[in-house]
Ligand binder design. Structure first.
Ligand code: BTN
Length: 321
């Protein structure tokens, strides 16, 4: 860890407490000027660190900046094995993790960014990723799964997110097939899994599980095209303290819990409970033709069973309900 990272971890895990420059310098075996430089650099990064004469430096308890050390405080034993890294800005966390994956990075790397300049959604869409108010996170997995079973990662992640949002907000969530998490009729989280399959044996080489959660409303609000369809975990932005760090850890804890025994599908009953797509009309696009159908069931692989107007039935594996 660098001096800056050490100081961040110290202040972050003791928010509201003061540490003198001298004290920190001795603890880290560096000069006071190195401490001062690191503090300045953290302040420039946006951390709310007060410097008070005769008392020292302290981080405000209301600071809500994502940090690996703050997240780690809430991770359970299994979560502690993950290697979490937080960036200030990235084009896309999925892109960053994919590039690590193709260079041989081991399973368990997690990358978060305070903002994404080119956040990606499903079906070639963009994912709105403004700074400071969301969670944009990608997890590198190397499961022993066939390409077909890889869909389980995404559905399992949707359940992990749903449970986590419920636990930090006390509000209900729903899941819209395949994997959008909703609150009060609007989307609060989207998930994009990008996988690479080995051509030799058809097993996954790696999967990058990308999760985007709107936690609080950005000061300029949502762009016009999202106001009617998107929502946030919390409605009051005044001070949400450590909520994002806590939520990240909850999602990782919940996800890793299920991931251990993914093919046992322990998450499926929670998925079914929250699914809002059944009984609703769906438009199926086939060969550029739009077909009207009704969603009637999901199977154990979370494939959606639909019934067309002519009575024919079919299972869909991908798309939007
Ligand atoms: C969707 O709703 O269409 C999926 C959105 C997925 C967004 C997340 S944010 C973190 C990760 N990085 C990306 O570029 N996309 C995913």
């Amino acid at each position: 860890m660098t001096v800056k990272e050490h100081i961040l971890a110290l202040l972050d895990s003791n928010k509201g407490e003061y540490f003198s420059g001298e004290e920190i310098a001795v603890q880290l075996s560096v000069t006071r000027s190195a401490v001062w430089k690191a503090i300045k650099s953290l302040q420039t990064d946006g951390y709310s660190i007060q410097a008070v004469t005769n008392k020292g430096y302290s981080m405000s308890p209301q600071t809500d900046i994502l940090s690996a050390s703050a997240i780690s405080k809430y991770l359970d034993t299994q979560g502690q094995k993950l290697r979490v890294e937080v960036f200030k800005t990235l084009s896309s966390t999925n892109e960053a993790v994919k590039s690590l994956a193709s260079n041989g990075e081991a399973e368990g790397k997690v990358i978060l960014s305070e903002e994404q300049t080119a956040g990606r959604g499903r079906m070639g869409r963009k994912f709105f990723s403004p700074p400071g108010t969301g969670i944009y996170m990608s997890i590198l997995l190397r499961p022993k799964l066939s390409a077909t079973d890889s869909a389980l990662l995404t559905t399992c992640a949707a359940v992990a997110v749903a449970l986590s949002i419920e636990s930090v907000s006390g509000k209900e969530t729903q899941i819209k097939w395949v994997n959008d998490v909703f609150m009060e009729g609007k989307k609060v989280c989207g998930i994009l899994t990008e996988a690479s399959v080995s051509l030799e044996n058809g097993w996954l080489d790696y999967a990058v599980l990308g999760i985007g959660i709107n936690v609080a409303l950005p000061s300029d609000g949502f762009p016009n095209d999202l106001t009617e369809i998107a929502t946030t975990v919390i409605s009051e932005n005044n001070s949400y303290g450590d909520l994002r760090n806590r939520l990240v850890a909850e999602v990782l804890n919940n996800f890793m819990g299920y991931y251990e025994q993914l093919t046992d599908r322990l998450f499926l009953s929670e998925y079914r409970k929250r699914l809002i797509s059944l009984g609703k009309p769906v438009t199926v696009i086939k060969n550029n033709e739009q077909l009207k159908a009704t969603a009637i069931d999901i199977d154990n692989d979370c494939h959606l069973k639909v019934r067309y107007e002519n009575g024919d039935e079919e299972y869909l594996s991908n798309g939007e309900g």
